[in-house]
Design a protein around this ligand. Structure first.
Ligand code: ADP
Ligand code: MG
Length: 238
């Protein structure tokens, strides 16, 4: 587990400001959900957490340590993407093992980690398959497996369920929450789906046009929205 602090973050792409001074505190072990309409800056913020995008202004701290200038692989963070980003020509096993091979982890340790992740995710019987031979839900589990094998302190999820049908989405929400609890991680989960945010979050962060409109416990936001945007977005009258 790890705490995450986002302090005064701004981000420009060229001359365009897309993040306009964002502050977020995420406690050790918390499941935080960033929610907001498409284009409000959720993915950009997550990518800055992961170290995949430069920070223009401000600081990100993990466990009290500024990580602005740390490479992604030094950050003890793993990210699960929306489009799964699986390697089509590799088996399920190799998809999970690949980043560990690159990190020069020894083969026995890799096997242990992949076996543990597969057992947790119910993928043990599918290790020799290729992504095209899997269902959408199974592919999503492999994408999570690739994150789990890295044994990160912080999990980042960028709309991981948006390509799944409604029924599977509900099931996978529960699975992701179970995983979060079982692995004792801190999670930052991005979605544009209010129901997903309300049902999964310990803390909801409502974003709009590059700023945080409000953050807090789901029911507090629902009962006491700070403004019309939050009220409209979370679904209760202001
Ligand atoms: P969200 O994930 O909330 O839909 P994004 O973080 O993807 O939003 O995008 C926020 C804004 O930044 C959008 O206006 C988007 O067009 C812009 N943007 C994102 N990535 C880039 C980039 N690499 N170059 C220029 N503009 C970008
Ligand atoms: Mg996005």
């Amino acid at each position: 587990m790890a705490s995450v602090q986002i302090r005064g973050i701004q981000k420009y792409f060229g001359g365009t400001q897309v993040i306009r001074g964002v502050d977020i505190d995420i406690e050790d072990g918390q499941f935080a959900v960033l929610v907001g309409p498409s284009g409000c800056g959720k993915s950009t913020l997550l990518r800055m957490l992961a170290g995949l995008e430069q920070i223009t202004e401000g600081e990100i701290l993990i466990n009290g340590k500024v990580v602005n200038n740390m490479q992604p692989k030094e950050r003890d963070i793993a990210m699960v993407f929306q489009n799964y980003a699986l390697y089509p020509h590799m088996t399920v096993y190799d998809n999970m093992a690949f980043s560990l091979l690159l990190a020069k982890i020894d083969k026995d340790d890799i096997k242990k980690r992949v076996d543990r992740a597969s057992e947790i995710l119910g993928l043990s019987q599918l290790l020799e398959r290729f992504p095209r031979q899997l269902s959408g839900g199974q592919r999503q589990r492999v994408a999570m497996g690739r994150a789990i094998v890295r044994d990160p302190q912080v999990f980042l999820f960028d709309e991981p369920l948006s390509n799944l049908d409604a029924k599977l989405r509900v099931q996978m929400r529960a699975e992701i929450k179970e995983l979060h609890q079982r692995l004792h991680t801190t999670s930052v989960y991005v979605t544009h789906d209010q129901i997903e945010a309300m049902t999964m979050a310990d803390q909801i962060v409502v974003m709009h046009d590059g700023v945080v409109e409000q953050r807090g416990k789901p029911l507090d936001l629902y009962d006491h929205p700070d403004n019309l945007f939050v009220a409209g977005f979370i679904g209760s009258p202001a």
